[in-house]
Design a protein around this ligand. Structure first.
Ligand SMILES: Nc1ccn([C@@H]2O[C@H](COP(=O)(O)OP(=O)(O)OP(=O)(O)O)[C@@H](O)[C@H]2O)c(=O)n1
Ligand SMILES: C[C@](O)(CO)[C@H](O)COP(=O)(O)O
Length: 248
């Protein structure tokens, strides 16, 4: 079937197999409660709220995959959304690849969304989906920076680091997820990186190395990543404000 007539199916892969070292001791980060509900459930719901997303592949810590499958079964998710759970790997990149390998054959575009960004608004998700459907092969949501950024010569922790450059802040963006891709493009990028043995901190970075254009669209301040303890405090406050304003 030609690409022109091939039906479009959008999936989301949620890497949720990290250890959450920076968050400190406790349950795996994706299973930490946010407003009484595991962070992962919020992330799955955020993807499933987009009517374009029909399948969500959750990449869980290998040792917790069965527990995560049961956990998701206990929380209300849209019936139209198929949810699969697969074991992750040692790196975010390996986990994403495991999720991609589990996608149904008819998926044509994919969102890669950190479980650690549980509060991304559905409008942001839909904007990423729309940009891919409009022809972009790779799309990332991002925000302008509020802080000045310095490039440094990395030193030992706690020691002063010499500044080597101050990039023009107007040309920088803080990148979030979900990142959206034409599936074939992302699979090609992951395969190339695996051969080169290089790493990348986000999936769009791998696609850039193919020389494929990546575009930035506006992100949202509530799509921040829960990385350190203060982020969890902020996430609780954002969720409480939503529940007060919107009732969910
Ligand atoms: N081996 C890994 C590492 C990370 N992730 C996921 O990638 C997302 C972004 O990673 P990060 O915020 O760094 O999570 P952690 O790696 O768990 O955090 P830390 O680096 O503090 O351990 C998270 O949803 C995390 O679960 C993953 O699926 N598999
Ligand atoms: C993918 C990402 O969220 C984009 O900002 C970020 O690179 C993930 O970094 P982490 O250290 O794996 O959390």
């Amino acid at each position: 079937m030609s690409d022109v007539t091939r039906p479009r199916r959008t999936a989301a892969v949620i890497p949720a197999a990290g250890r959450g070292v920076r968050l400190g001791p406790g349950a795996p980060k994706a299973l930490r409660a946010l407003g009484g509900t595991p962070m992962l459930v919020h992330a799955v719901r955020a993807m499933a709220r987009s009517r374009a997303v029909s399948v969500v592949v959750v990449v869980a810590p290998a040792a917790e995959a069965a527990e995560v499958r049961l956990l998701l079964g206990e929380h209300a998710l849209p019936e139209r959304t198929e949810v699969l759970v697969v074991p992750g790997g040692e790196t975010r990149q390996e986990s994403v690849r495991a999720g991609l390998d589990a996608l149904p054959q008819d998926v044509t575009s994919v969102l890669i969304h950190d479980a650690a960004r549980p509060l991304v608004p559905v409008d942001t998700v839909d904007a990423v989906v729309e940009a891919v459907r409009d022809g972009a092969r790779a799309v990332v949501p991002a925000l302008p920076l509020a802080d000045t950024v310095k490039e440094v010569e990395p030193g030992k922790p706690g020691e002063p680091e010499p500044v080597v450059a101050t990039p023009d802040r107007a040309r920088l963006r803080a990148v979030q997820t979900p990142q959206g891709f034409d599936l074939a493009t992302l699979l090609e990028a992951h395969a190339a990186i695996a051969v080169a043995g290089e790493g990348a901190t986000d999936d769009a970075g791998m696609v850039e190395r193919l020389g494929v254009p990546v575009v930035v669209i506006p992100g949202h301040e509530e799509a921040f990543k829960v990385t350190r303890p203060l982020d969890l405090v902020l996430a609780e406050a954002v969720l409480a404000r939503r529940r007060a304003n919107d009732g969910f």
